[in-house]
Design a binder for this molecule. Sequence first.
Ligand SMILES: Cc1cc2nc3c(=O)[nH]c(=O)nc-3n(C[C@H](O)[C@H](O)[C@H](O)COP(=O)(O)O)c2cc1C
Length: 195
Amino acid sequence: MTKVLFKGSAMLNPVPVALITSINKEGTANVFTVGWIGTACTKPPMITVAIRPERLSYEYIKETKEFVVNLPAKSLVKEVDYCGVRSGKVVDKINKLNFTLEKSEMVNSPIIKECPIALECKLKEIIPLGTHDLFLAEIISVHVEEELIDKNGKIHFEKANLMCYSHGEYFPIPEKSIGKFGFSVQKKKTKTRRK
Ligand SMILES: Cc1cc2nc3c(=O)[nH]c(=O)nc-3n(C[C@H](O)[C@H](O)[C@H](O)COP(=O)(O)O)c2cc1C
């Protein structure tokens, strides 16, 4: 492979795409799209979200120190895009897009019913970086659409029809896996067992 050099930039692609719901002190809710979101720690379960200070959501999350990460199915791609190009400062996106809001368990920010997965988060720290500030948050409750959970309690994210974002475009995540965690070092099962 022959690679071409690019100037240093945030070229990590693809990334997950999520709808973050938040609320201000008066109880007004807002939703916006994020792509710069990542897992940071298993115990305690922590995530990071990079947010520009000019977003209305920045103001809300800083004020109430909580938010919900809603993972949208690909059928919501238009709504996801809209929430990423229009600010809650000028339009009530939740009403305009007819999102159904559900009560969260541990935070006041609402969950979007139309999304199959929701993570309730408590803000721990804001780290200023430059254009974006890094919001470090703990996941305190997780909601998963029951149809995605099999009889053994395993969650099948691949059945949620989630999407990702790569360099300006949205892509569906294929349902078929190409390998399992640890499969590269797994010993082959003996095909014929001794009787
Ligand atoms: C696919 C996509 C990903 C985005 N990711 C981020 C992000 O990670 N951080 C951010 O601050 N803005 C991000 N944006 C831009 C905001 O979603 C957008 O400015 C939005 O209108 C802010 O809404 P608000 O002012 O109601 O909070 C993204 C937009 C799109 C379309």
